[in-house]
Design a protein around this ligand. Sequence first.
Ligand code: PXP
Length: 243
Amino acid sequence: MRLGVNIDHVATIRQARKTVEPEPVYAALLAQEALADGITVHLREDRRHIQDSDVYQIKSVIKIPLNLEMSLNEEIVKIALDVKPHQATIVPENRQEITTEGGLDVAAKFERVKDITKKLKDSGIIVSLFIDPVEGQVDEAKNAGADAVEFHTGGYANAKSGREREIELEKLVNACKYAKSLGLHVHAGHGLAYENVKPVAAIEEIEELNIGHSIIAKSVFIGLKEAIRLMRQLIQEARWKLV
Ligand code: PXP
């Protein structure tokens, strides 16, 4: 299973003072040294954390894949086509939200999603759609031409009770199996943390997890490389159980 480390919140700290540190590109290089499989950044329309220059800089120095999270906004699409990340993950975006609240409603924006997916793919970029773990969305993602889906794990991560968590996990498991049966690559992320990652990491169909906030939060106390190492260890322990 690949671990994509989302470094947006390194930029959040920098932007809190609108200064030059801490540098996301340095975090990307450290994550690479810590054997992260990829770097994920979300270039939001409001540029609240990652800036355009970060994306270009990170892409030019890292040797591991860059996964660019992006909305369907025309300006952002133009930047994606110029940067040519290894992978683009299309996410919904709402200016008021603290973080991405739900998956993309592919059916509601079908023609636009299909068009952007084609443009990105024609440019050699792998396209993943960030969706809720719902069969109808998986069908639409497949019809739109996506290579992969990333399932929003927020429902699972934010469950208020053990029972609710079990239900959300079951939804994820079923959606993962369904997506794989349609030939889609399966990713997952959002709200995953040291305490809750293992049951998700144990879902066999998932090939990639994208994790940000909890790793960056932990790195404040133990350093980024150690925080990544610990997360990777938990994921590995969950995967070993499958062998
Ligand atoms: N995957 C996607 C598509 C996201 O939008 C985010 C948040 O930027 C993440 C994964 C990572 O979520 P978290 O920061 O909660 O780990």
